[in-house]
Design a protein around this ligand. Structure first.
Ligand SMILES: Cc1cc2nc3c(=O)[nH]c(=O)nc-3n(C[C@H](O)[C@H](O)[C@H](O)COP(=O)(O)O)c2cc1C
Length: 339
């Protein structure tokens, strides 16, 4: 199957089927966001209006520590999806990730489907490529793809769990860390790594720390299950067994924080501003959401995405007020983790 029709199928399945982890509460009780409580401060000694969510990520200023995660590109419907999301991100002052740029590297005429700078000139924008593509394309080709869309950085996605469910998935993950290290050295723009929804644990974070990547986006288990998405379209039948496989987001943040000094993006099942505040309290720097952003876009275009992101910001601000944190630095450490 071509990359193009696979992408169209991914979007259709993600919107119309239940593709989220099923065990969010039951199986992950010690590591879900319900297991993290923020410490309420009845006298916060703050005016809520003064709570400051602003931050910096890879050289760009953000009004809140949020980003719409990588979703799409390379197919006709991606054009509107990307522009709608980008426009909302620009209005709210948060970052955005484009979907995998493999399609546009292979077919430059598809570049148009990733273009958002006309509606979002200021946002932090991440380009995207799969780690198994690194051996096939030079740093120069990748740099050109990033420049072509005006990206500030490159997100390299790692997706062994997803690939293992795809009938046509690339499952050779040998030597990928070395390829990544080489790319980080050769590329002019900063590189970070992201999972796609099954989490990054201690050993992987340790290996990534040695590559020079600037950030890790944990994309942990608890939100969109890519095993679910790909098993719903494949014929291997492994998806039912592996549906909930992976490292839960909360655990992933904690494990990465132990061994990685760079920035950490919490994603994978982040659904409210309270989840974001909890993620930052336990060690993350930024939070990302994919499926809820796509669903809002499908429902009401850019305006609906903007409304959703603004709600997340307001919830986050409220959570910070209630723990007496006037900025993100003060939010760190304000959580109790129940085990
Ligand atoms: C329809 C869809 C397409 C996605 N495509 C990509 C992609 O091209 N590259 C990538 O790195 N991640 C991709 N992701 C993964 C997301 O960026 C994110 O890491 C993951 O969905 C977990 O976040 P969530 O639980 O908020 O959806 C995609 C997610 C969805 C829902």
């Amino acid at each position: 199957m071509s990359t193009k029709s696979r992408k169209t199928e991914h979007i259709k399945i993600a919107i119309n089927k239940n593709v989220q982890f099923r065990k969010k509460t039951a199986g992950f009780e010690n590591v879900s966001f319900e297991s993290v409580e923020l410490k309420y401060k009845a006298l916060p000694e703050l005016d809520k209006k003064e709570v400051d969510l602003s931050t910096e990520f890879l050289g760009k200023k953000l009004k809140a520590p949020l980003m719409a995660e990588a979703i799409t590109g390379g197919v006709e419907e991606a054009k509107k999806i990307n522009k709608d999301i980008a426009k909302a991100c620009e209005a709210v002052g948060v970052g955005m990730g484009l979907g995998s740029q493999r399609a546009m590297i292979e077919k430059p005429e598809l570049k148009e489907t990733y273009i958002v700078r006309d509606v979002a000139p200021k946002i932090f924008l991440a380009g995207n490529i799969g780690i198994t593509e690194l051996g096939k394309h030079s740093a120069k080709e990748i740099e050109k793809a990033l420049d072509g869309v005006g990206a500030d950085a490159l997100a390299v996605h790692i997706n062994a769990a997803q690939a293992a469910m795809q009938p046509e998935g690339e499952t050779n993950f040998k030597n990928r860390v070395e390829e990544l290290r080489k790319l980080v050295k050769e590329l002019k723009k900063p590189v970070y790594v992201k999972e796609v929804g099954h989490g990054i644990g201690l050993e992987t974070a340790k290996a990534l720390a040695k590559t020079g990547v600037k950030a890790i986006d944990v994309a942990g288990a608890g939100g969109t299950s890519w095993i679910a998405v790909d098993s719903l379209r494949g014929k291997k039948g492994l998806g039912e067994t592996f549906w909930d496989f992976g490292i839960p987001t909360v655990q992933s943040i904690k494990e990465c924080r132990k061994v990685f000094k760079g920035k950490i993006i919490a994603s994978g099942g982040i659904r409210t501003g309270l989840d974001c505040a909890k993620a930052i309290a336990i060690g993350a720097d930024l939070c990302g959401m994919a499926l809820p952003v796509l669903k809002a876009q499908q429902k009401g275009g850019s305006a609906a995405v903007e409304k959703y992101l603004k709600k997340i910001v307001e919830e986050m601000k409220t959570a910070m007020f209630l723990v007496g944190a006037k900025d993100l630095k003060q939010l760190r450490g304000k959580a109790v983790v129940k085990n």
